[in-house]
Design a binder for this molecule. Structure first.
Ligand code: IPM
Ligand code: MG
Length: 375
């Protein structure tokens, strides 16, 4: 029996292109693993009314880790129109499979390394090496939302004096989203950030929040962070407001090290930081829980490029590298990262976004070659 069982979820559009790239490199990495493919994405929404079939969840339960390509999602009405005729009008509602997976498997860490690899012409600046720990299961994306606003909910909220001004707004003229944060949720994400900082010799962890306005939720995670920081005297805790932070990240991105944030704020700084190091073509993400993790590039499925093997596979290859790290295969992970870094630095084999005309698979083959030869 193989040491690891890994599920590959190619998904839609270019997700399949970049998954083929990942396979080329994985073949060279020679992990003691069994790879199984799982169904996810638009095709299954159209055919079955479910973009994340139950059998895929069951399959993931048997795996050590998963690698995902990309998923197409469309607004509710458009999604409903694309359903197979026999499924229409039966109450199927499209949902985001990745958000569901994060909840289902309690993948509370969304890990987003943003590193400016030497020679990447798309770097905003060199010497950027940020690692974001975004809370991935609660906060503003907990999914507790209401529209129209049920009476019971309005009544309950009226115990708060500031709710008074919304007292008479008709139910269908008011919508409510909640930001729910728990002490446990705050603790585990902050601790993960500090543990990472300690293990990797990082000097600071910056909590990105807005406690001056979001006093209760922001206050909770701030208190938790200050408490946990005491256990890591060698790592400094910095605190920044989300709005100011977007400015600082553009002004002095080199100054920051590890960032930790609630779900929505983390989502925002993740895209901002990705752009600092070359954009979506270079942005991998890990969704990590205590027993399972799923890795993905953060780009979408770019349907117009689907099947053309044109897009940059680097984000996917970096996600694959993160998976090796997660599995504890440090040597292979480092070797793979060196191969990736070399391909970027040499700039000989590159996709169109970098001014080249190599295919997705040629880039992967070059990474695989350098992996094999060792750099
Ligand atoms: C991400 C993405 C997702 C998110 C979307 C696809 C739901 O933007 O991984 O950052 O917002 O979490
Ligand atoms: Mg996002």
């Amino acid at each position: 029996m193989a040491k690891y069982r890994i599920v590959l979820l190619p998904g839609d559009g270019i997700g399949r292109d970049v998954m083929d790239a990942a396979r080329i490199v994985l073949e060279e990495v020679k992990l003691d693993a069994e790879y199984v493919e799982g169904d996810i994405g638009w095709e299954f929404w159209k055919r079955e009314g479910n973009p994340l079939p139950e059998r895929t969840i069951e399959l993931l339960k048997t795996a050590d880790a998963a690698l995902m390509g990309a998923i197409t999602s469309k607004p509710k009405d458009e999604a409903a129109r694309e359903l197979a005729p026999e499924l229409r009008g039966k109450g199927y509602v499209y949902f985001s499979p990745i958000v569901r997976l994060r909840q289902e498997f309690d993948l509370y860490i969304n890990l987003r390394p943003c590193k400016a690899y030497k020679g990447n012409p798309l770097n905003y600046r060199d010497n950027i090496d940020l690692v974001i720990f975004r809370e991935n299961t609660e906060g503003m994306y907990a999914g507790v939302e209401f529209y129209p606003l049920p009476d019971e909910v309005r009544k309950a909220l009226l115990i708060h004096p500031k709710m008074k001004k919304f007292e008479n707004v008709p139910a269908d003229e008011i919508a409510l989203s909640t930001r729910i944060m728990t002490k446990k949720g705050c603790e585990r994400i902050v601790r993960a950030a500090f543990e990472y900082a300690r293990a990797n010799g990082r000097k600071s962890v910056t909590l990105v929040e807005k406690p001056n306005v979001l006093r209760e939720t922001g206050g909770l995670i701030t208190r938790v962070a200050r408490e946990i920081a005491k256990e890591y005297p060698e790592v400094e805790l910095w605190e920044a407001n989300i709005d100011a932070m977007t400015m600082w990240l553009v002004k002095n991105p080199e100054k920051y090290d590890v960032l930790v944030a609630e779900n929505l704020f983390g989502d925002i700084i993740s895209d901002l930081s990705a752009q600092l190091v070359g954009g979506m073509g270079f942005a991998p993400s890990g969704n990590i829980g205590d027993n399972f993790a799923l890795f993905e590039p953060t780009h979408g499925s770019a349907p117009k490029y689907a099947g053309q093997y044109k897009v940059n596979p680097m984000a996917m290859l970096l996600a694959t590298k993160m998976m090796l790290d997660y599995l504890g295969e440090k040597e292979k992970a480092e070797r793979m990262e060196r191969a990736i870094a070399r391909v970027i630095e040499e700039g000989k084999v590159k996709t169109y976004d970098l001014g080249g005309n190599n295919s997705t698979l040629e880039v992967a083959q070059e990474v695989a070659r350098l992996y094999r030869e060792g750099v």
